[in-house]
Design a protein around this ligand. Structure first.
Ligand code: NAD
Ligand code: UFG
Length: 335
């Protein structure tokens, strides 16, 4: 059975669904700090069965031990964590305590129960402002904010853990920019308050919740002056976890993998594609650069293509279509 931490969140819920559809047994844990109970109901409706779920904070060692005693867990996908860059600058201790504290407790309990297969949600943020794109995994790591440092530190902790005991089998999955939603429109990204990220902001403008999109900078050294990112459909990303688990089941070790498409799109290209596939126009205004942003960030995903036998298949058009379907069906998110 696979333990999915943070399984009611955006990426966790899509991965949980895919695993269930592929016949895997799972148990989800979450404390709902950034998700809703409704997600579980939707997942159960989509799959037509009840899903084992335990509400707990991963830092609660006793509760986690109880969980490992109750369920026959053989591997873990660890999504649980806080992810807002700006909030991490304001509340660094909260981020270090939650993201690092929960991983320490999780690994301690895994070790105690002899469970040594772990997939960790890392991020392209560990590359900081890379000198070269596309980004390869052995690019020097660096981070510019507390959120990014929690990812970097956890990667280091997991490397030490493997050195201490080579029976561990660990995949560090460095996600690029996940967007899109399940094609049913039943689950998707549900940001709290004003979205920080581009696609949820665009869909909220499209549905009339916000007047216009503010594009942060049009003077970057890119094709049209706006920032370039590697957007990846969340179901492609979810599939990367299934493939990573398959690899962990075959060999021990620790490896990092870029999960991206390998293609970079500018903010203006995303806006134009969204308008084209949905027929909805997105008014926008250029404003100054957002502090901490970089010009270009996109993956070289060839290591994951080769070693995990995985590649992203969905197009930017698919991503826009699915994000829009989710937003239209759920104008108020999961409430
Ligand atoms: P999310 O906030 O939707 O999901 C994270 C889930 O973890 C939430 O349901 C939250 O309630 C839960 N959680 C947080 N702390 C917990 C704790 N102590 N105990 C139990 N549950 C806890 O985020 P997401 O977009 O699904 O991201 C999943 C993971 O991927 C995160 O670790 C995030 O940092 C990482 N990541 C996300 C992105 C992105 O753009 N979405 C990019 C790179 C990496
Ligand atoms: N952007 C806008 N207007 C907005 C929101 C974003 O112009 O309202 C632009 C940004 O400047 C950037 C692009 O759209 O050029 C993408 O921005 P996002 O905020 O969607 O994504 P980022 O690449 O900035 O950040 C994401 C995650 C972070 C993670 C980072 C690096 O949200 O958690 O990737 O991996 F740290």
């Amino acid at each position: 059975m696979i333990l999915i931490t943070g399984g009611t969140g955006f990426i966790g819920s899509h991965t949980a669904l895919l695993l269930l559809e592929n016949g895997y047994e799972i148990v989800i844990v979450d404390n709902f700090v950034n998700s809703s109970r409704e997600v579980l109901k939707r997942l159960e409706r989509l799959i037509g069965a009840s899903i084992p779920f335990v509400e707990l904070d991963l830092r609660d060692e006793e509760a986690l031990e109880q969980l490992f005693m109750t369920y026959n867990i053989d591997s873990v996908i660890h999504f649980a964590g806080l992810k807002a860059v700006g909030e991490s600058v304001e509340k660094p201790l909260y981020y270090y305590e939650n993201n690092i504290g929960s991983t320490l407790v999780l690994c301690k309990v895994m070790e105690k129960f002899g469970v040594m297969k772990l997939v960790f949600s890392s991020s392209a943020t560990v590359y900081g402002a890379p000198e070269l794109v596309p980004i390869v995994e052995n690019t020097p790591l660096h981070s510019t904010n507390p959120y990014g440092r929690t990812k970097l530190m956890v990667e280091e902790i997991l490397k030490d853990l493997y050195i201490s005991n080579p029976n561990w089998s660990i995949a560090l999955l460095r996600y690029f920019n996940p967007i899109g939603a399940h094609e049913s429109g039943e689950i998707g990204e549900n940001p709290n308050g004003t979205p920080n990220n581009l696609m949820p902001y665009i869909t909220q403008v499209a549905i009339g919740k916000r007047k216009e999109l503010y594009i942060f900078g049009n003077d970057y050294p890119t094709m049209d002056g706006t920032g370039v990112r590697d957007y990846i459909h969340v179901t492609d990303l979810a599939y990367g976890h299934v493939k990573a688990l398959e690899k962990l089941n075959k060999s021990t070790g620790i490896d990092a993998y870029n999960l991206g498409t390998g293609k970079g799109y500018s903010v203006l290209e995303v806006v134009k594609t969204f308008e084209h596939v949905t027929g909805v126009s997105i008014p926008y205004k250029f404003v100054k650069r957002r502090p901490g942003d970089i010009a270009e960030c996109y993956a070289d995903p060839s290591k994951a293509n080769k070693e995990l036998k995985w590649e992203a298949k969905k197009t930017l058009e698919d991503m826009c279509q699915d994000s829009w379907r989710w937003q239209k069906k759920n104008p108020e998110g999961f409430c």
